[in-house]
Design a protein around this ligand. Structure first.
Ligand code: HEM
Ligand SMILES: *[C@@H]1O[C@H](CO)[C@@H](O)[C@H](O)[C@H]1NC(C)=O
Ligand SMILES: *[C@@H]1O[C@H](CO)[C@@H](O)[C@H](O)[C@H]1NC(C)=O
Ligand SMILES: *[C@@H]1O[C@H](CO)[C@@H](O)[C@H](O)[C@H]1NC(C)=O
Ligand SMILES: *[C@@H]1O[C@H](CO)[C@@H](O)[C@H](O)[C@H]1NC(C)=O
Length: 333
């Protein structure tokens, strides 16, 4: 029996749909993220990343903070697509030298190490974008913070943008009003903002982000009055006025290797490191969470994990690939 015109168009219709599906699968304008994404294609993916994080934290405890910060700086700029990791090329200025990132983001080599190990066991399968997400989770957990299940299946972006990083990433001088608005653009709430800022419970900051608060807050020629005096005196020793042009680094809170809620207790005492930190204690909407998280570490941990998952859901809507080397896009023939 010959196919009728209606069965022909029926099959042609399906042919078109499958083309669209194939195209969408690769183009991934919106990848469907899920738990256990690599459970058949690369079952050792998560354990492989964990081992690399663990190993590096033993040789440098601060590496946990440096690696977890990468998620924030990747996901806010055109979604979690590892655009952050692309090196500059003659045709493209990437994000590594933006105001917020240059000379400050560090330990990209740890992501490279995890990628190299994954390429050995399952070549071409695990995206760099997913490695960042796994690494951030592991770094927080191994620092004594919460654990959470990560959704995976991201694609690596084909481009990066210096301009976008400069436009989006906040400076340490930002105040809570500004930060609320910025986070809102990504559907992140006041609670998310305060919880995610609690990542400053680990790691270090350069005096550059702090000196203006010590010597010239908002152009006043005076220190930030919100700063507790003993803390200020201590910081003045670490960060003298010429600190603005040095690269002295200072612990962000009293327990910089332990992910805990001490950060919030310090804010209440006027001992926040950056303006962006201390300012969270000024507005009622954010202050409320500073108080709650300072009293209840469990609530902080839960809100933090939720915030990281929400941030990890941000996608670029652009096409992507599984990069072989996190620093360069694959060579296309
Ligand atoms: C809310 C606005 C934020 C601002 C203005 C901000 C700004 C900064 C600055 C200026 C530094 C010090 C960098 C340096 O001196 O080299 C820093 C460090 C850090 N930030 Fe943020 N940050 C913010 C939010 C976040 C978020 C949401 C995360 C992660 C979820 C995060 C994670 C970290 C970590 C872990 C460090 C320490 C890094 C290290 O020791 O290498 N920050 N941040
Ligand atoms: C907060 O920062 C914004 C943008 O930088 C500025 O316009 C505003 O005046 C600041 N608010 C306060 C209370 O300092
Ligand atoms: C925020 O949520 C709105 C409504 O659900 C959605 O249309 C928008 O795309 C979201 N924005 C981001 C950056 O995810
Ligand atoms: C403080 O900042 C203001 C505005 O940014 C500037 O005009 C002034 O020269 C600065 N003062 C000092 C002592 O650096
Ligand atoms: C900053 O640190 C680098 C490497 O640790 C060093 O080579 C450089 O001289 C330092 N710069 C200043 C201004 O102290």
């Amino acid at each position: 029996m010959f196919p009728t015109s209606s069965t022909v168009s029926f099959f042609f219709f399906f042919f078109l749909i499958s083309l669209a599906a194939l195209h969408g699968g690769d183009g991934a304008s919106h990848s469907k993220l899920r738990h256990g994404y690599y459970s058949t294609t690369c079952p050792a993916a998560e354990i492989t990343v964990k081992k690399v994080i663990r190993k590096n934290m033993i040789s440098e405890p601060r590496s946990a903070a440096s690696v977890m910060r990468l998620q924030f700086h990747d996901c806010f700029v055109n979604g979690c697509d590892a655009s952050l990791l692309l090196d500059d090329t003659p045709n493209m200025l990437g994000e590594k030298e933006s105001f917020a990132n240059g000379g400050s983001l560090r330990r990209y080599d740890i992501i490279d190490e995890a990628k190299a190990n994954l390429e050995r066991i399952c070549p071409g399968v695990v995206s760099c974008a997913d490695i960042i997400i796994m690494a951030a989770r592991d770094a927080v957990f191994f620092s004594g913070g919460p654990d959470w299940a990560v959704k995976l299946g991201r694609k690596d972006g084909l481009t990066a943008s210096l301009q976008d990083s400069n436009d989006i990433m906040p400076t340490p001088r930002a105040n809570a009003t500004y930060l609320l608005g910025l986070f809102q653009r990504f559907n992140l709430s006041a609670k998310d903002l305060v919880a995610l800022s609690g990542s400053h419970s680990i790691g270090k900051g350069d005096c550059i982000g702090m000196v203006f608060r010590l010597y010239n807050q908002s152009g006043s020629g005076k220190p930030d009055p919100a700063m507790e005096i003993g803390y200020r005196k201590r910081m003045e020793k670490f960060c003298p006025p010429w600190g603005a042009i040095s690269n002295v680094t200072v612990d962000l809170d009293p327990t910089p290797k332990v992910f805990d809620n001490k950060y919030y207790k310090e804010l209440i005492k006027g001992k926040g490191f950056f303006n962006s930190d201390q300012s969270l204690y000024t507005l009622p909407e954010t202050r409320k969470y500073v108080e709650r998280f300072s009293r209840g570490e469990k609530e902080f941990f839960e809100a933090f994990a939720k915030g990281m998952i929400k941030m990890g859901d941000l996608q670029s809507g652009r096409s992507g690939e599984i990069r072989r080397n996190c620093r360069v896009v694959n060579h296309h023939h």
